[in-house]
Design a binder for this molecule. Sequence first.
Ligand code: AMP
Length: 211
Amino acid sequence: MKMILLGPPAAGKGTQSAFLSEYYNIPAISTGNIIRNNISEGTELGTKAKGYIDEGKLVPDELIIDLVLNRLKEDDCKNGYILDGFPRTVAQAEALKDNNVNIDKVVEIVAQDEEIVKRISGRRNCKDCGAIYNTHDMPSKAGDKCEKCGGELLQRADDTEETVRKRLAVYHQETQPVSDYYAAMGNLVTIISQDKVEDTTAAMWKALGVN
Ligand code: AMP
């Protein structure tokens, strides 16, 4: 199963991709996480990407496309994968097609801009395992530590209101055409992000025909 998760920041892509990964037993590949890891490790890619991320802009296609295509050739991808955060431009979607990557299903999770701005202020990520929490509606049972691994919970540097508004503008301009692209190919399902995570999850399983 090869899947793509599309949607604006904080619509729930990271959380749902973890559920999909567990259900289908395939890796969830988050380009945002790959880039952030490169930044913290100080790699050449990280150095080039940092300015874009900090400003809420997309990293240029030429930096990200080969990185993803190479990642998909790794052993753990042989039975499929969930792409979370890629493709974000039509050029990235075309790069998948040109490299004979046939996507089975695209799940788009949509949410209103103002709802996203509200959610972003509460979002926290585990520094160690990447688990996602929200102080408003999905707090860690371990307080300011991760309930899964005990790691420290941090707010992403690009999760400020100012940066998220820029990321939303980029999303509307660059990434929404990607959902039109997959809708035209006939393999897009769209679900509405709900206040409660479990309601979004239920909507996703229903849309995918999984009971
Ligand atoms: P995310 O964690 O998916 O919200 O991504 C965080 C940031 O990483 C984005 O705002 C972009 O700067 C960068 N990024 C992640 N995925 C991509 C992509 N497919 N194309 C370009 N930039 C990306």
